[in-house]
Design a protein around this ligand. Structure first.
Ligand code: FAD
Length: 262
């Protein structure tokens, strides 16, 4: 089974901090990591490879430093790692990012399964996976909490607010995964050392010569950011806990009367 996993290098923080003066992301002093959901996607790919054979290719679009993320992926089971990088890609929104990634995927070969995380913890849009499927003309399966492959058929448990749906499709498909799908394995010292020496392939506009220049970078991005702002922090609420339930209720009434709410 030929599997490709899209991974994104993101800032290592659950809380993105915005400079209130410039309204841009504060990156200084924030180390980079592999997007956590993409680690789950990679683990799912490696488990499928272990069960069915084949290879796992990881691909990222980003600056040179994103090679570190790719090496980490190699240390936990990826066989081939590709960096998609070019100055012309700077300023790409989700449309342009997914277009460039889809063209890179076409260049890299025929894949039975393309896996993505459900979303990136910085951009948070959850658009790139489904958009890659659209650009490639493939079926998309999202929010997979379990993946089973049987010959040319794939079935997933698709996580929803109420529970999960079981959906089936014929390969090839693009599939995005949620955190509960697995526990990503850790690298060993030996596998980390081997990954450090791994060859990282690179695709630029020179290799991706079929790219439509009107669909890449800032100029090829239809998204217009009209305004960014830091949301006002809400004050935390008051917790009332008296000795008895009756006293708690009386205290609550007292507070509501004080606030002229009753
Ligand atoms: P999601 O859609 O939430 O990610 C879902 C999944 O898609 C991930 O789990 C992963 O599997 C895959 N994925 C997402 N991004 C990548 C990637 N890069 N490589 C491989 N797989 C990926 N960002 C920049 O870094 N540099 C810029 O110059 C830049 N300019 C921008 C300009 C504009 C006008 C806008 C609107 C955004 C810009 N961005 C830029 C942000 C960039 O568009 C998003 O980071 C990117 O499209 C991914 O979207 P997301 O983070 O919401 O990912």
């Amino acid at each position: 089974m030929e599997i490709l996993v899209c991974v994104k290098q993101v800032p290592d923080t659950a809380e993105i901090k915005i400079d209130p003066e410039t309204n841009t992301l504060i990156r200084a002093g924030v180390p980079s990591i592999v997007n956590p959901f993409d680690k789950n996607a990679l683990e799912a790919a490696v488990q499928l490879k272990e069960a069915h054979g084949g290879t796992v290719t990881v691909v990222t679009m980003g600056p040179e430093q994103a090679k570190e993320a790719l090496k980490e992926c190699v240390s936990v089971g990826a066989d081939r790692a590709v960096l998609v990088s070019d100055r012309a890609f700077g300023g790409s929104d989700t449309y342009a990012t997914s277009y460039i990634l889809s063209q890179a995927i076409k260049k890299l070969g025929n894949f039975d399964l393309i896996l993505c995380g459900k979303q990136a913890i910085d951009g948070d849009t959850a658009q790139v996976g489904p958009a890659i499927a659209e650009h490639l003309g493939l079926a998309q399966m999202t929010y997979a909490a379990k993946i089973q492959v049987n010959g040319k058929k794939i079935s997933i448990n698709r996580e929803t607010d109420e529970g999960y749906e079981v959906i089936e499709a014929s390969l090839p498909v693009v599939c995005t995964v949620v955190k509960s799908i697995n526990e990503p394995r850790f690298a060993t010292i030996k596998s980390k050392m081997a990954a450090n020496k791994a060859k990282i392939e690179k695709l630029t506009t020179a290799e991706l010569s079929d790219l439509d220049p009107t669909k890449i970078g800032l100029k090829g991005s239809p998204t217009r950011v009209k305004k960014t702002f830091v949301p006002v922090k809400r004050e935390s609420g008051v917790k009332i806990k008296e000795e008895t339930d009756r006293d708690t209720a009386l205290k609550l009434i007292e507070k509501l009367v004080e606030a002229k709410l009753v």
